[in-house]
Design a protein around this ligand. Structure first.
Ligand code: HEM
Ligand code: HEM
Length: 215
């Protein structure tokens, strides 16, 4: 494939999944908080967009990925997957920590405050997404120890990812402090098209042999 097209694909990925969300966060009219809280928020928003990108770094996006070395793409998928799943696993705990740091309250009070807010269904969505993400991480790490063929594992991985990204996206738009109209639409469009791309490969099984290879 023309190297130029590959470069354009990389630039487009950086623009859509990194530059655009960060631009919306910096230009949006959000109540500014301390640097610590803002940095922590940005880290989680960035990590969430890396999760969204996972759909586009898989065979679900095979039309655009054609010509890229699939082994390399999957390597990126795995590295980003492991790194950002771990970052997001500590997100609920960091929220508690950042609250008590800022407000001068004890970690116990911050935790109780979080629990007392669990009537908000945004938090239940977060908890569901957290559990799904944990399962995705474990079933990826121990893929070879599971009693499934590679194809079955990938299908389970795909369906878990759909459930995860939908609950996570709803949690983020409901709870996030950096959600304005452009951010809402960016998240909605990227999640819905990622899921649609994957479901399309499940419904029309004409998978390109290059990308179908066992990785
Ligand atoms: C935790 C580390 C992860 C590892 C090691 C991993 C590994 C893999 C591998 C080996 C594939 C098959 C590659 C292919 O044929 O395209 C795959 C596919 C996929 N992964 Fe992951 N992944 C991880 C995390 C994630 C996460 C967090 C998501 C969702 C946000 C995700 C979403 C997907 C999707 C949608 C596919 C396509 C499934 C299919 O082709 O049927 N992955 N992953
Ligand atoms: C037990 C699980 C979870 C809890 C208790 C939780 C809690 C929260 C809370 C309280 C907020 C509001 C932040 C604030 O007030 O500053 C928030 C925002 C957020 N959460 Fe979660 N969450 C959980 C799981 C997740 C998961 C699994 C993800 C991603 C996959 C995630 C991604 C985010 C993001 C990106 C924001 C927006 C940050 C912002 O706009 O400032 N959360 N979460």
């Amino acid at each position: 494939m023309d190297n130029r097209i590959k470069t354009y694909n990389r630039i487009a990925a950086i623009a859509v999944f990194i530059a655009l969300p960060m631009l919306i966060c910096s230009l949006g009219d959000f109540p500014r908080r301390t640097i610590l809280k803002e940095t922590i928020s940005l880290l989680f928003i960035f990590s969430f967009f890396m999760m969204l990108m996972q759909f586009y770094l898989s065979r679900a996006n095979r039309n655009i990925l054609q010509g890229h070395k699939i082994g390399k793409v999957i390597k990126w998928h795995k590295v980003l997957g492991y790194v950002f799943v771990n970052v997001l696993l500590i997100h609920p705990f960091l929220i508690v920590v950042s609250r008590y740091f800022e407000a001068g309250i004890t970690p116990k009070d911050a935790f109780i405050e979080l629990l007392s807010n669990f009537s908000q269904h945004g938090l239940w969505l977060g908890l569901t997404a957290w559990i799904l993400m944990f399962i995705i991480g474990l079933t990826s790490l121990f893929r070879n120890k599971l009693p499934f063929s590679y194809k079955t594992w990938r299908l389970i991985h795909g369906y878990l990812s759909i459930a995860f990204i939908l609950t996570a996206a709803l949690h983020v738009v409901e709870m996030g402090r950096h959600i304005n109209r452009p951010m809402y639409w960016l998240i909605a469009i990227l999640s819905i098209s990622g899921v649609a791309l994957l479901l399309k490969t499940y419904i029309f099984k004409s998978v390109s042999p290059k990308i179908h290879d066992h990785v």
